[in-house]
Design a binder for this molecule. Structure first.
Ligand SMILES: C[S@@+](CC[C@H](N)C(=O)[O-])C[C@H]1O[C@@H](n2cnc3c(N)ncnc32)[C@H](O)[C@@H]1O
Length: 198
C-alpha cells in the first residue's frame, strides 16, 4: 500500500510529507481515512501529529464536518505540522497543540504522557493513538484511554497504531479488562492496528 494511493484516494494534489521512520504507514492512514469518510466523526483527537494530521484534516474537509485536535509533545514537530497543514490549506480543520510530556500516575504506575491542560473537548468520537513513541517507557501509549476516558463519547472508536508490537498487544489487553464496554478488532497490516469500538 503506497502513500501515492492514499493521496489519490483523498484527492490530494500535493505529495504527502513522509518521514520514513516516523510517519504512520500508508495502510494505517487509509484505515483511519476510510473510517472518517464513512462515519464522519465530529470530534477527533490524535496522539502525535504529522502525516496523520494532514490525512484526518483532509477527511474533515471532504466531509465538511468534524475537527482534529492533535496532541504533540515536540514543539518543533508541532510547528512543522502546523506549517504542513498551512501548505495543504487544511489549517482550519486541525488544532495542533504543543502538549509536553508530563508525569502522571495511572493505575498505580508512573508514566510520561501528554499535558492535557489545553485540550478543551468533550465527546471525542474518534481517538487515534500513534504516540508517545515506544522508546520513552514501557507501555508508552497505555495512558491514552484511562486519561481520555472522561472525554470520550458514549459511542466512540479508538485506532491504535503499531499494534503488532508486544507492548501494544499488552496495552490492548489491559484496556479491555479495564473497560469491558469496548470490543477490539485486530488488523494485520504493515505494523498492526488495533481498533476498539464502544
Ligand atoms: C510515530 S511518530 C507519528 C507521527 C504522526 N502520527 C504521523 O503519522 O506522522 C510519533 C512522534 O514521534 C516524534 N517524531 C516525529 N518525527 C520525528 C523524528 N524525525 N525524529 C524524532 N522524533 C520524531 C513526534 O513527536 C511524533 O509525535
Amino acid at each position: 500500500m503506497s502513500y501515492q494511493f492514499l493521496e489519490k484516494t483523498l484527492g490530494l494534489e500535493k505529495v504527502l510529507p513522509i518521514s520514513e521512520n516516523w510517519s504512520a504507514a500508508a495502510d494505517f492512514l487509509l484505515l483511519i481515512s476510510n473510517y472518517c469518510l464513512t462515519h464522519k466523526p465530529k470530534t477527533i483527537v490524535e496522539c502525535s501529529s504529522g502525516t496523520s494530521s494532514l490525512v484526518l484534516s483532509r477527511c474533515c474537509q471532504l466531509n465538511r464536518y468534524g475537527h482534529v485536535y492533535s496532541l504533540e509533545n515536540g514543539e518543533e514537530f508541532a510547528r512543522q505540522t502546523r506549517q504542513q497543514l498551512e501548505d495543504f490549506s487544511l489549517s482550519a480543520y486541525c488544532d495542533v497543540m504543543h502538549a509536553p510530556l508530563k508525569d502522571y500516575v495511572v493505575d498505580g504506575e508512573s508514566y510520561q504522557w501528554y499535558d492535557l491542560n489545553n485540550l478543551a473537548v468533550t465527546d471525542i468520537d474518534l481517538l487515534v493513538i500513534d504516540g508517545p513513541p515506544g522508546f520513552i517507557q514501557k507501555h508508552s501509549r497505555y495512558p491514552g484511554i484511562p486519561l481520555l476516558a472522561p472525554l470520550l463519547a458514549k459511542h466512540c472508536m479508538v485506532y491504535l497504531d503499531d499494534a503488532a508490537r508486544e507492548d501494544e498487544q499488552e496495552i490492548v489487553q489491559c484496556w479491555l479488562s479495564l473497560y469491558p464496554a469496548f470490543q477490539a478488532e485486530y488488523v494485520a497490516n504493515e505494523r498492526g492496528c488495533a481498533i476498539l469500538k464502544r
